[in-house]
Design a protein around this ligand. Sequence first.
Ligand SMILES: *Cc1c(COP(=O)(O)O)cnc(C)c1O
Length: 360
Amino acid sequence: MIRVYNFSPGPSMLPLEVLQQASQGLINYQNSGMGVAEFSHRSAMFGDILQACIKNFKTLLNIPEHYHVLFTQGGAVAQNALVPMNLLKNQSLAQYGITGHWSQKSYEEAQRYASFAKIECVHQAPRDINLAHWQVNEQAAYLHLCSNETVDGIQLFDVPTTGVPIVADMSSDILSRPIKVENYGVIYGGAQKNIGISGLTFLIVRDDLLGRHLDICPQIFQWEQMAKHQSLLNTPSTFAIYIAHLVFEHWLNLGGMPYIEKNNQEKAKMLYDCIDQSALYHNDVEKSHRSHMNVVFRLADESLNQAFLDQAKMHQLEGLKGHKQVGGMRASIYNAMPLEGVAKLIDYMKAFEKNGGTSF
Ligand SMILES: *Cc1c(COP(=O)(O)O)cnc(C)c1O
């Protein structure tokens, strides 16, 4: 079997070693005669997987003791509703930084809670992402942002200086580089980019922010309850947690965040250099905010778009089509995309340009 290089924004590539281990575990987990998706979430075997998964996540990201790691379902999009529901008790204001597609969606969903608190945008200027220009109100219950705009290829490598708890949608750049977790009140996202497979949502919540839910918040969605029951309020996505556990272990064995960050910086630099040196491809994102995870680019002659995608596919390069709202191309180069995959994409892009879009 030829494994293609899959540049899809998510679900996306997983490390081959993890897939091999998981395929074994799916049939016969540690010689128990059962597959990992078949035994009870209340069993000791699953308990061990869950505990190891949380421990490895905490080790990898250096998550301090006063934060809870929670696993739930519904994706990052569900948290767009659950963040305000979990944090607005007795509060009158929440603020949102808007830097692209996903933070815009978070802001719009939060408007549903406008009868509980004012939902305000602190910033909206895609071409000026300067965090120093964000007008954060120190009375706000929280400041929401998206650390990596998956659709727009914009990444925030820093956070605004504020005492207000920062709530970050990190779906597409969690574990891509070391971060200071202490800078955040809540970090959340879907697992299907850097952590594992879809169907799993991760949350990292500072302990003092538990218990601030509105009375209308269903119990199953209360972070406080989830923390109390160690993410086992009901049946969690056990197989997805198992995969996350294997992924965490995989990166820890290779050297953890320093190893991951070095690889990601190298991959992103190679690809942006290729784009910047070309006459056919261009990327308009301000350089200091170019995403290391989702590299967006356009062809100077957009009538070549389909030929670019078709021929890429013939060269085992998949998933390069940009988001339907922005068009163009997007190469998602998450942790599991090897350097060779990016090198192969660059060779292809250069050859495509040289041949003026004709078949080669
Ligand atoms: C992928 C993505 C989402 C959507 O996540 P779901 O798991 O589909 O709900 C939200 N925000 C960001 C930043 C993403 O990259």
